[in-house]
Design a binder for this molecule. Structure first.
Ligand SMILES: Nc1ncnc2c1ncn2[C@@H]1O[C@H](COP(=O)(O)OP(=O)(O)O)[C@@H](O)[C@H]1O
Ligand SMILES: [Mg+2]
Length: 361
């Protein structure tokens, strides 16, 4: 506990000032005693050698007494001066520490916007700097957590409201539960289910707790299979999907399902975020240290201001229809937990190209 009383008694300032005072008092007193002793001895020798006087008279005794007194006054002055200086030095060390303690108390109560002024370059200044960085990090993570929950709520509320409204209309007899309507409801439930599963997997992948089922895998074959399953999507928008996949690629240890999901996400994006009749290329190439899978489209591209955010959870461009904005966040996590990386480029002339780099064994 940190109450006012213990602050006074256990304060570093008083500890430093007190111990300096004791040390100084001890040193000065020892010096005075030593000086007095030597002075008296030297004075006695002087009297007996030069003046042949063996006993001290009144004048000699007064002289010795006044020297003693002066020595004590000088000693006292230096002890007090040392105490005042050491108190100031101790206060200058502890003042920033007190400010840090107050700021840390605020952070403990959830006020993450606390910062302390860094006024020195010594250890205390470094501590203040680290504290500020820690508070900024906490503030950022709290904000992203808040945004995350707000986005989840938003993503779930709309489809749930649609489902509730439609079901209420059906139960009250306003609309008939035709097979088409029931099918649409089922689609919506499936979409919600997918979203919740994706969110769970994403949070597990973020803390490296997602179980992977790795097995030897031909990336080219996997890409071709995924593309084949998605052909109807491209046909619907009269888009052309071109495959550039060489044979005899080295096998990689991969979780096929997760990787299929990543490639699927990139292909869905290439279809969804480009116009009717666009041209999309899916390329796999072997490089000296890695295999690269590229999904390239000739759509409108992604602006330079948006590019740094597209892998963020729930990030969607203004004009996006459908989707939930977690496809790329999930793709990034799935690739990274398999020791790969995902890059994107979108030149000002248009078109976007996503590339998955997977290291060769
Ligand atoms: N091929 C692409 N062309 C243009 N923009 C894209 C492309 N792929 C992704 N994006 C942008 O990145 C955002 C995030 O993508 P994603 O996480 O898959 O979310 P969603 O597809 O659900 O919107 C999209 O909303 C879109 O703005
Ligand atoms: Mg997407």
């Amino acid at each position: 506990m940190f109450d006012g009383h213990s602050t006074k008694i256990k304060s570093v300032q008083w500890k430093v000032a007190g111990s300096t005072f004791l040390l100084l008092a001890f040193t000065v007193c020892s010096l005075i005693f030593l000086t007095q002793h030597q002075m008296e001895a030297a004075f006695g020798d002087y009297l007996s050698l030069h003046l042949a006087v063996m006993e001290h008279g009144a004048a000699e005794t007064m002289f010795i007494h006044s020297v003693h007194q002066s020595l004590w006054w000088v000693g006292l002055f230096f002890i007090l001066l040392g105490f005042i200086i050491s108190s100031f030095i101790a206060a200058s060390i502890t003042r920033p520490l007190r400010r840090l303690t107050a700021a840390a108390e605020e952070v403990r109560h959830g006020h993450f916007d606390q910062r302390v002024a860094v006024t020195s370059k010594d250890e205390v200044g470094r501590l203040a700097d680290v504290f500020n960085q820690m508070a900024a990090e906490l503030s950022r993570s709290e904000k992203s957590q808040r945004d995350f929950f707000a986005s989840i709520t938003h993503e779930l509320r709309t489809p749930l409201a649609v489902l509730q409204g439609t079901l209420e209309n059906m139960t009250s007899g306003v609309t008939k539960p035709t097979p088409e309507r029931l099918f649409a409801l089922q689609e919506e439930v499936m979409r919600l289910n997918r979203l919740v599963t994706d969110l769970r997997d994403l949070s597990l992948a973020e803390v490296h707790e997602l179980r992977l089922h790795k097995e030897p895998c031909d990336l080219g074959q996997l890409a071709a299979q995924t593309a084949m399953l998605m052909q109807p999507l491209f046909d619907e928008k009269q888009q052309k999907l071109q495959l550039n996949i060489p044979a005899n690629l080295p096998l990689l240890q991969l979780d096929k399902d997760r990787l299929r999901q990543v490639i699927g996400n990139l292909l869905v994006n290439a279809s969804r975020h480009t116009q009717h009749g666009s041209h999309i290329e899916l390329t796999v190439e072997e490089r000296p240290k890695e295999l690269c899978l590229t999904v390239k489209d000739d759509g409108p591209g992604i602006s330079a201001t948006e590019l740094p955010h597209i892998f963020d959870k729930f990030y969607q461009s203004q004009d996006t229809a459908g989707g939930s904005g977690i496809g790329l966040a999930l793709a990034k996590q799935y690739v990274e937990i398999q020791h790969g990386r995902i890059t994107v480029s979108s030149p000002p002339a248009g078109g976007t190209s996503f590339c998955i780099h997977l290291p060769k064994p």
